[in-house]
Design a protein. Structure first.
Length: 292
């Protein structure tokens, strides 16, 4: 199948399986069932309402995002082990006339800011990764321009072919291997890190995670506002559920979910019989696949 068709199909599935449409589908199904099976209809409809509230409240989002974000913050000792910094794109704004063309959105800017900080601290070369739909300039182009103009960092490589995290890993790994680089410092959102590490490790790279922009709240105690729906929490809920679906898709594809200790330097690299990097996360809701 053409890559563009598969990409569009995946986008369509994510629309159906993610809020705001997913809870609405439960509610509509409940209303349709109510006349013939009232108990089933009520269960579906109220389930949709509760699911919608869960994904819009900080307390609910924290329950979903905390297991994803159990990734250690980067230590200086681990940064010094890297050979290159890879910053993953998270989207771009196409209508940005004040910048003379497309520019990174806020998700990508959060990653660029942290990646630029690490580049200044370490002096490591930087690869930016992100493509776009056919006929549009890849995210990597606007990311590189932002790094130069806003953060005074000159990226060495631009990977502008990828359409998703799988492509980020595949195309970036080819570029890095050609440059003799095996160990990377990977910059992305904390909630996205596990899925991103799986893909890059599956390409044979050793990955040092550098997570940023955590959604989960580590402050002690609970406040009344934690149970009030908000636009910020709704976005975090959408993002978090998207990552859980991504991990489920990886399990289906046969990528084993690297047990991450408190320090990355304690991690041990292993390979499964299919020569894929074995990555096992504690507290994963998905069992490990067995390779034969």
């Amino acid at each position: 199948m053409p890559v563009e068709f598969l990409f569009l199909l995946k986008k369509l599935l994510t629309v159906v399986l993610l809020p705001p449409l997913l809870p609405l589908l439960f509610i509509v199904a409940g209303l349709l069932c109510y006349r013939r099976q009232p108990s089933v209809g009520k269960t579906l409809a109220w389930g949709g309402v509760l699911l919608s509230l869960l994904l819009m409240m900080p307390a609910g989002v924290d329950l979903l995002s905390s297991p994803l974000e159990r990734v250690p913050v980067l230590h200086q000792a681990d940064l010094s082990r890297g050979q290159a910094i890879v910053i993953l794109g998270g989207g771009q704004r196409l209508n940005m006339p004040e910048y003379g063309g497309p520019a990174p959105n806020r998700i990508t800017l959060e990653r660029l800011r942290y990646g630029a900080r690490l580049a200044r601290q370490s002096g490591l070369p930087v690869l930016v990764s992100g493509g776009a739909a056919p006929g549009k300039a890849g995210e990597a182009v606007s990311m590189a321009r932002s790094l130069r103009e806003d953060f005074h960092i000159e990226p060495r490589w631009q990977e502008a072919q990828s359409l998703d995290t799988i492509g980020n890993a595949r195309f970036s790994a080819a570029t890095l291997r050609a440059a003799g680089i095996q160990r990377i410092v990977l910059v992305t959102h904390a909630a996205h890190m596990r899925r991103a590490m799986n893909e890059f490790a599956a390409q044979g790279l050793e990955v040092i995670p550098a997570p940023t922009a955590f959604f989960s709240d580590v402050s002690e105690g609970t406040e009344f506002s934690d149970f009030l729906p908000s636009a910020t929490a709704a976005y975090a809920g959408w993002y978090t559920l998207h990552e859980w679906l991504g991990l489920l898709a990886q399990w289906v594809r046969g990528i084993l979910p690297l047990a991450l200790p408190e320090r990355v330097t304690d991690a041990c690299s292993t390979y499964n019989p299919k020569n894929k990097f074995a990555i096992v996360y504690p507290l994963s809701p998905f069992p490990c696949r067995t390779f034969t």
